[in-house]
Write a protein that binds this ligand. Structure first.
Ligand code: IPM
Ligand code: MG
Length: 356
C-alpha cells in the first residue's frame, strides 16, 4: 500500500531542513518498506512569488489527496510588507483551516544530552516531558469581526476571541485522550477571570472531564501558567489551551529544552494531518546549510506514528536522532559545527546500523 506525503518546504531554512528530512525518509522507505510516495508543493512566500497566493489551488488539491503533509517553515522579511492575504503566514493559517486541523500537539521533552543548553538550571529542567495541546483553527486567530477600520478620525484595530462549545469539547477530548497515553494529568489554561470566551472554555473542559475520571484536571490562568512553566515545568504533563495562549506557551516550553530547533509538532483533524517543526523560517541563517533539521525529522517521526501506521519506524527515527545528538553531531544552535546534511547523513548511518 502506498502512503502519499505532500512535502511543503516553504521559505527561509524550510527547503534545507525539509531536504535533509526527505533524504532520511527516502532511506527509511527502503529500510522499512514504508511505501512512501512523496510529492512537493508550494506554500508561503515561495508560493506567493510563483502564483500570487500563499496557499495556491494546486497545493490545496494535493493536500486533500495526501495521507499526510510535511511542512518546513514559512515567512521572511521579503514578504512582510505585502497585503495580508499574500503574506506567508496567511498560507499557513489557510492550510490549517482548510484541512480542519484543530488539534496542534507540541511535545517538549528534555534530551539529557542538551540539559546544559537550556538557559534554566539543570535541576529545574531535567526530566521535563510535557505536551502542549493547542486549539488551532478558532479563537482570536479566526474570530470575526476583525480588521482595521476608520472611526472618529482615527483607525481602530479589532480582533475577536470566539469559542463555540463543540470547538472546546473536541480539543478537550484530544487532551484527555493524550493524557491517557501519558501520565494522566491535564492542565487547562485560560483567562476565565477576565474573558467570557474562556469562562466557557473552563466550563466545557470540566464537563468533558466527567468522561475521563481517571485523568486529573487542573485549571490555571495563563499568566500563572507562564510563570509556572519556568518555575517548575516538571509539574506539567498535558497542557490544553486556546490558539493564542498555545502559540505563546509552546514557544516558552520549547526554550526549556535549550533549543527551539528540537521541537516537532503535529496538527491533526478528523481527516487530515500536518507535521511541522515549531520553529520558524530563520531567514538570518537561510541558505547556509547550518540549520538544525532535527525538529523536522522528529515531526516526520510523529507523522510515521500518527498518519502512516509505522510506529516502529517512528521509534527508530527518534532513537537515531537522539544517538546522533549524543555522538555530538550538532548544528551551531546546539553549540556544534555540523551542517544540515551532515546531520542527515549521520541519522541515516544510525538507521542503517540498527536495521542490520
Ligand atoms: C506557530 C507560528 C504561527 C502561529 C505563525 C507563523 C502564523 O507562530 O505555528 O506557532 O502563530 O500559529
Ligand atoms: Mg508560534
Amino acid at each position: 500500500m502506498t502512503k502519499k506525503v505532500l512535502v511543503l518546504p516553504g521559505d527561509g531554512i524550510g527547503p534545507e531542513i525539509v531536504q535533509a528530512t526527505v533524504a532520511v525518509l527516502e532511506r527509511m522507505d527502503a529500510l522499512f518498506g514504508l511505501g512512501l510516495e512523496m510529492e512537493e508543493g508550494l506554500i508561503g512566500g515561495a508560493a506567493t512569488d510563483a502564483t500570487g497566493d500563499p496557499y495556491p489551488e494546486e497545493t490545496r488539491r494535493l493536500a486533500h489527496e495526501a495521507d499526510a503533509v510535511l511542512l518546513g517553515a514559512v515567512g521572511g522579511p521579503k514578504w512582510e510588507s505585502l497585503p495580508k492575504p499574500q503574506r506567508p503566514e496567511a498560507g499557513l493559517l489557510a492550510i490549517r483551516k482548510d484541512l480542519a486541523l484543530f488539534a496542534n500537539l507540541r511535545p517538549a521533552r528534555i534530551f539529557p544530552e542538551l540539559a546544559d543548553a537550556s538557559t534554566l538550571k539543570r535541576e529545574v529542567i531535567e526530566g521535563v516531558d510535557l505536551i502542549v495541546v493547542r486549539e488551532l483553527v478558532s479563537g482570536i486567530y479566526f474570530g470575526e469581526p476583525r480588521g482595521i477600520v476608520e472611526e472618529h478620525g482615527e483607525r481602530k484595530g479589532i480582533n475577536t476571541l470566539v469559542y463555540r462549545e463543540h470547538e472546546i469539547a473536541r480539543i478537550a477530548r484530544v487532551a484527555f485522550e493524550t493524557a491517557r497515553k501519558r501520565r494522566r494529568d491535564v492542565v487547562s489554561v485560560d483567562k476565565a477571570n477576565v474573558l467570557e470566551a474562556t469562562e466557557l472554555w473552563r466550563e466545557v473542559v470540566s464537563r468533558v472531564h466527567a468522561d475521563y475520571p481517571d485523568v486529573r484536571l487542573r485549571h490555571m490562568y495563563v499568566d500563572n501558567a507562564a510563570m509556572q512553566l519556568v518555575r517548575d515545568p516538571k509539574q506539567f504533563d498535558v497542557i490544553v489551551t486556546t490558539n493564542m495562549f498555545g502559540d505563546i506557551l509552546s514557544d516558552e516550553a520549547a526554550m526549556l529544552t535549550g533549543s527551539i530547533g528540537m521541537l516537532p509538532s503535529a496538527s491533526l483533524g478528523e481527516r487530515h494531518a500536518l507535521y511541522e517543526p515549531v520553529h520558524g523560517s530563520a531567514p538570518d541563517i537561510a541558505g547556509r546549510g547550518i540549520a538544525n533539521p532535527m525538529a523536522t525529522m522528529l515531526s516526520a517521526a510523529m507523522m510515521l506514528r500518527f498518519s502512516l501506521g509505522a510506529p516502529e519506524a517512528a521509534d527508530a527515527l527518534e532513537r537515531a536522532v537522539e544517538a546522533v545528538l549524543a555522538a555530538g553531531v550538532r548544528t551551531p544552535d546546539l553549540g556544534g559545527n555540523a551542517g544540515t546534511m551532515e546531520v542527515a547523513r549521520a541519522v541515516i548511518t544510525k538507521l542503517e546500523e540498527e536495521a542490520q
